[in-house]
Write a protein that binds this ligand. Structure first.
Ligand SMILES: Nc1nc2c(ncn2[C@@H]2O[C@H](COP(=O)(O)OP(=O)(O)O)[C@@H](O)[C@H]2O)c(=O)[nH]1
Ligand SMILES: [Mg+2]
Length: 389
């Protein structure tokens, strides 16, 4: 398919940037480099590191180094990644408080059972129930119990409090592989497809991410690929207008065409990141899952190697059903990562242990509310401490 789909409505809120002179560009890069260095110690969302030189020859041309004409304000030869980094203390504390509050039901049932308990079958049975109730699922619960019993024996633990500490260590070991940075700057544009069931938080997450990315000097373009509902297109457009980000939308029609248009538009404007919103669907709606595969195929025709990220957004309150979603979307699309939202509500948190045991995909971000700063990189230690404190 070589045809370029027509853009019927490109809602451009950003000013097209005029071509700059070479010295302007160099000065701009120098300025942004100095700015990024200054940001390093307190940055809440992203960290920055040099790309290893040995990687360069293996990468496609657009990855090897930002093209000289590229409008990216990231310093040449660097890759941006969403590693958790310390945020301003107050903001971090309130965010962690929300996470702890959200997971408080699980944490109270997981911690109370150790209070004044004796190590033995009763303790293990209570722990088993608490883990199952927390959405950890049968497999992860069994794994944790077996590993814990082994540890208690090997380390000759005698106090329930020591068993709790051992559980903390096991949970951290289990969840740490999910803590992976979302690396930016690998491709221009970096194309991310955002998927999930209705109401999971896809569009909100896109809006929050757009804001964070912009704060880190990444230009962003959004594709309104939820063409089922006019309201969904409007919701994304509002995010775009609020954040001065271009939104590619069509009155009606084919989400794959919208994504295709968006990629070409991003290439023409030297945009850093394209996020393609999609309509919510259940994994059991097979024709809709086929449509997602088609969007992915058409995106790859728009840019070889794209989409570079296929993210599944999961509502943290969906319990074990979230695991079914992860498996089904991963089987259909080959997911590259997850975002778990609404951990501020009635979520129980154990679902991450289930994911770690069955589909250990990176959990790039977790959401604990509706405002921008409520989306933060997943950090295994913080999460386990919220679960066990
Ligand atoms: N409490 C809370 N609400 C959220 C979070 N993320 C999204 N939402 C809300 O969930 C609802 C559905 O979000 P939306 O982005 O429209 O879902 P979509 O259908 O997947 O695009 C909206 O009311 C959002 O404000 C979160 O982390 N915490
Ligand atoms: Mg939506």
């Amino acid at each position: 398919m070589g045809a370029v789909y027509p853009i019927t409505a490109a809602l451009t809120a950003t000013k097209p940037r005029a071509a700059r002179g070479r010295s302007d560009r160099m000065w701009c890069r120098l300025k942004s480099f100095i700015f990024l260095i200054a940001l390093l110690p307190t940055d809440p969302m992203f960290s920055f590191f040099k790309k290893k030189p040995k990687d360069t020859p293996d990468l496609p041309p657009e990855v090897a180094a930002p093209a000289p004409a590229a409008q990216s304000t990231a310093p040449a030869g660097t890759v941006l990644s969403a590693e958790p980094a310390p945020a301003p203390a107050e903001q971090r504390r309130s965010w962690l408080d929300r996470l702890k509050k959200g997971l408080s039901k699980t944490s109270s049932s997981l911690t109370l059972l150790f209070v004044g308990a004796k190590i033995g079958d009763d303790l293990y049975e209570e722990l088993e129930s608490a883990l199952l109730v927390s959405d950890a699922g049968v497999e992860a619960t069994q794994y944790l119990l077996d590993a814990l019993k082994r540890k208690v024996k090997e380390e000759k633990l005698t106090e329930a409090e020591q068993v709790k500490t051992a559980l903390r260590a096991l949970l951290i070991d289990l969840l740490t592989p999910l803590q992976r940075p979302l690396e930016l700057g690998r491709h221009q544009p970096l194309v991310m497809m955002i998927t999930g069931v209705n109401g999971a938080g896809k569009t909100t997450t896109i809006g929050k991410l757009a804001k964070h990315l912009q704060a880190h000097h990444q230009s962003v373009l959004l594709a309104a690929g939820d063409t089922f509902r006019a309201a969904a297109r409007e919701q994304l457009t509002v995010w775009g207008e609020r954040n001065n980000v271009t939104v590619i939308a069509q009155e009606s029609g084919d989400p794959a065409a919208v994504a295709f248009d968006a990629i070409h538009s991003a290439q023409a404007r030297h945009i850093d990141v394209v996020m393609v919103d999609t309509a919510g669907r259940l994994p059991t709606q097979l024709h809709l899952m086929e449509e997602l595969k088609k969007i992915k195929r058409v995106v790859a025709k728009g840019m070889a190697g794209a989409p570079h990220e296929v993210l599944l957004i999961i509502d943290g309150n969906t319990g074990q059903n979230a695991l079914t979603q992860v498996k089904a979307f991963d089987d259909a699309l080959g997911l590259t990562g997850l975002v778990v939202t609404k951990l501020d509500g009635t979520a129980k948190g154990g679902i991450l242990a289930a994911i770690a045991r069955t589909r250990p995909l990176p959990v790039y971000f977790i959401g604990v509310g509706e405002s921008i700063e409520d989306l933060q990189p997943f950090n295994a230690i913080e999460f386990v401490d919220a679960l066990l404190n």
